[in-house]
Design a protein around this ligand. Structure first.
Ligand code: B12
Ligand code: SF4
Length: 447
């Protein structure tokens, strides 16, 4: 059987991300390809760097689907099905809204797929494909003995191909996050020896952990870092403020090769953090936390989000002041987005504050999908753009990097990438200039 596994990318996001330097390959499809028995032929296609050809002769097409990509994926799936291909959809969006996804697929895989996907492949071979495959609640798949992701099939990228997961889940329940709805609630861990073996086999000296919260279990993290010592790799990972309780963890991470932490700060307003159940972040501790991380020669890429109910038009300047003062090395800047089934979605939808239901605009980067509480959508958009321009300005970048002092050349390069991407066209709505979907939408006539 010839299988095509697609990592799609909404044209809005593709246009937005072009030129940024830290666009790592997604792990999902290489991971799923690892489960495919070798008698089948698997092709991976990553729309960030490749073009989809719906005429290509595949027997089975699997597409991973997040909310920002949903409308785009449905059109793609319909086009494949019109040509007689079997289409399987999985990932966050079909899991959150199976009724919406169902008409666009021959089969849906809902939730985690480590057991369901191999079963589905057997069923296809037997000619007995089922319309729906569920990971059983209360009986989530084990993360032990996972096959090694087929990174060898990643095409179109020479670097940033190496991402790894060690854990699954997060103990928190932030109201804008979909984790609780897409994964089983249990926190799970891969055996440390298996993670270390996988990392030993990576081609590149630098990789990213794609875990939501690598430090969430201190004992596990310490064992993992111990096993990575001496492997001579450098890596980045995502963490929360409350998980970095003591310097022993940071020291162990640094010795194991950690050079960058993505830290979900989100907001500098306690009211805003409280409004989305993220009051475990303590704003008064940000400066101390960042200094402690820097002391281990680890840089900090902060997650910053605007549009919370506690945010007003002054929040952009306040955030810039603090970000500069504490010497953030970089930031991933987003607009709050009400993803389906989240508490934020329920609240905004209930209050009639959603501006659109076209999922392409629910991407946190190129559009405001709701009416903020204390400003207009345009003010949120303009403030977000102002912040991005100021944060990545030469002056602010140099000031932040001088304060941090950690890996200045690496920080300069990353900030320069984000600054370069500021020049990308941003299509969408409600931005002045109108709706340019037709111009950028799929199928494209090439790059
Ligand atoms: C790494 C990551 C990123 C990376 C890389 C992008 C990526 N998607 O890999 C970066 C930092 C770039 C990123 C960006 C964004 N992300 Co992100 N990201 C993640 C994260 C933490 C891990 C994804 C991962 O690799 N998991 C490990 C792999 C092996 O498993 P998996 O993808 O979960 O898939 C499993 C099942 O879902 C299933 N499955 C999935 N697809 C398919 C398809 C088929 C055919 C089958 C059979 C099965 C199947 O099989 C897998 C094994 O069980 C997830 C949270 C999470 N833990 O999943 C958020 C997550 C996917 N991101 C999310 C969001 C919102 C975004 C952004 C929009 C944020 C923003 N505002 O900028 C952007 C969008 C960027 C883009 N281009 O799409 C949301 C999506 C919510 C939604 N409703 O769609 C998630 C769930 C986080 C959350 N807290 O809610 N992200
Ligand atoms: S800490 Fe991060 S992964 Fe965990 S619930 Fe909050 S946003 Fe989601």
């Amino acid at each position: 059987m010839k299988i095509l596994l697609i990592t799609p990318e909404n044209p809005f996001l593709r246009a937005f991300r072009r030129g940024q330097l830290n666009n790592f390959a997604q792990l999902t499809m290489p991971h799923l390809a690892g489960f495919v028995p070798r008698q089948h032929q698997v092709t991976l296609l990553d729309e960030h760097v490749q073009t989809v050809d719906v005429e290509a002769p595949f027997d089975l097409v699997g597409i991973t689907c997040s909310t920002p990509n949903a409308s785009h994926v449905y059109r793609m799936a319909d086009a494949f099905r019109a040509r007689g291909r079997l289409v399987v959809l999985g990932g966050p969006h079909p899991t959150l809204l199976p009724d919406e996804a169902r008409p666009h697929a021959d089969a849906l895989v809902l939730g985690e797929a480590e057991t369901a996907w191999p079963q589905l492949l057997e069923d296809v071979v037997r000619g007995d494909l089922q319309p729906e495959y569920l990971s059983l609640p209360g009986n989530p798949p084990t993360l032990a003995q996972l096959p090694i992701p087929r990174r060898d099939l990643i095409a179109g990228r020479r670097w940033l191909t190496d991402t790894v997961i060690a854990t699954r889940g997060c103990p928190h329940r932030c109201h804008f996050c979909n984790l609780r709805q897409i994964y089983a609630p249990e926190l799970r861990f891969r055996p440390v020896s298996e993670v270390a073996a996988e990392i030993r086999g990576l081609r590149s000296p630098f990789f990213a952990f794609w875990d939501d919260q690598l430090f969430m279990d201190r004992d596990y993290a310490l064992r993992l870092f111990g096993a990575l010592e001496g492997l001579n790799r450098r890596w980045a990972a995502m963490v929360t403020q409350d998980s970095i309780r003591d310097d022993r963890l940071l020291k162990a991470a640094a010795r194991a090769g950690c050079t960058c932490l993505f830290l979900g700060l989100e907001s500098v307003s306690e009211a805003s953090l409280g409004s989305v159940n993220k009051a475990f972040n303590r704003v008064e501790g940000y400066g101390d936390l960042v200094a402690r991380i820097h002391a281990h020669a680890i840089s900090v890429q902060a997650g910053i989000m605007f549009g919370f109910d506690g945010d007003d038009e002054a929040c952009f300047e306040r955030t810039l002041d603090l970000a500069t003062r504490i010497g953030l090395d970089g930031a991933t800047i987003s607009i709050l987005t009400p993803f389906p089934q989240t508490e934020v979605f329920r609240q905004l939808d209930g209050a009639g504050r959603l501006l659109t239901r076209d999922w392409s605009y629910f991407n946190g980067k190129t559009a405001v999908a709701f009416s903020p509480a204390n400003m207009s959508p345009e003010a949120l958009w303009n403030g977000y753009m102002w912040f991005r321009r100021r944060f990545f300005s030469r002056r602010c970048t140099l000031e932040r990097i001088a304060r941090s002092g950690v890996r200045p050349l690496q920080a300069l390069a990353l900030n320069w990438g984000y600054r370069r991407a500021l020049g990308n066209p941003i299509p969408g709505w409600p931005i002045p200039g109108g709706d340019r979907r037709a111009e950028l939408d799929w199928p494209r006539s090439g790059r």
